[in-house]
Write a protein that binds this ligand. Structure first.
Ligand code: SAM
Length: 277
């Protein structure tokens, strides 16, 4: 475990790296803490809010080929496999994938994991997946245009891409543990995300990318992914009764789930129609 001095030194070292390397290193540095957080049931935003919503939208996956993009240590990848899908998980963090693979050795869900940046999925042939998922990660992916383009390429026609992101209209204030209106909604920017809750083994810091709902919608349209459903999940009764930050989510959304369908025949030849006036 790192003491606070080692944490500051290691964060300073990571901050001095070139941008892309720095972002990968941030996730590598947080991987042990993240795996413990997720596996020990400490991530109540996942268990009592986002996963119930995502799996409701995803529906039955029995027999489907699924690609889980930015799968982290693989908690949700395993859930998909346990529900009968043939799943492949990719993440650019070697440490996350190492953690996922070591759990796979114990569980034998027949999941294939690869260390891969989501902007280049060239190792997968076109139209090979029925479903692509991306759980709470697209806002952490720097090149979301290339990522969505690659996702669309590897999806079968009429296949689905389902993803969840933090709701860009609101910001989580980790000190007050409340959601506040985003004061700079229209300003595209990268932001530091401090992971410093007491329930983490040790703190870490990552980078995320603020984009508007219009940015996401335009990019999906550009790559012929039609939005079928939007869903702003509310916490479970158990979650909102047990965890104060979730009670707040009864009033203000924390995340948004988007279900899209690939339709090669949709009219967007010149991409112009995807752009708002
Ligand atoms: C908030 S975590 C979510 C992990 C996982 N989906 C889950 O629900 O547990 C975000 C993940 O995105 C991954 N990530 C960020 N940018 C990426 C990229 N360009 N390519 C692949 N993975 C990326 C990080 O390594 C991290 O594991």
């Amino acid at each position: 475990m790192l003491n606070s001095f080692s944490f500051i030194v290691s964060m300073d070292l990571i901050r001095s790296m070139p941008k892309h390397k720095r972002i990968v290193n941030e996730w590598d540095a947080g991987a042990d803490s993240w795996s413990d957080f997720v596996r020990q049931g400490k991530d109540f935003f996942r268990d009592e809010l986002n996963n119930p919503g995502m799996f409701h939208i995803i529906g039955n996956v029995t027999g489907l080929t699924v690609l889980d993009v930015a799968c982290g240590e693989g908690y949700n990848t395993r859930l998909l496999a346990s529900k009968g899908a043939k799943v492949t998980g990719i993440d650019f963090s070697k440490k996350m994938i190492k953690s996922a693979k070591s759990q796979e050795e114990k569980d034998s869900y027949d999941i294939d994991y690869y260390v891969l940046d989501s902007k280049d999925l060239a190792m997968f042939t076109a139209e090979s997946f029925d479903l692509v998922t991306c759980f709470m990660a697209l806002m952490d992916i720097e090149d979301y245009d290339a990522t969505i383009s690659e996702i669309a390429r590897v999806m079968k026609n009429n296949g689905r891409f389902v993803f969840s992101i933090t709701h860009p209209c609101f910001e989580y204030n980790s000190t007050s543990q409340t959601l506040e209106k985003n004061p700079k909604y229209f300003e595209a920017r990268s932001e530091k995300v401090p992971w410093n809750m007491e329930r983490l083994l040790e703190p870490f810091e990552t980078t995320s990318f603020h984009r508007t709902l219009t940015d996401y919608s335009n990019t999906l349209c550009k790559h012929r992914l039609l939005i079928r459903r939007l869903f702003e999940p509310k916490p479970t009764k158990n979650g909102s009764a047990k965890f104060a930050p979730l009670e707040h989510v009864l009033m203000t959304p924390h995340s948004i789930i988007v279900e899209t369908v690939k339709n090669s025949y949709s009219r967007n030849e010149d991409h112009e129609e995807c752009l708002h006036p």
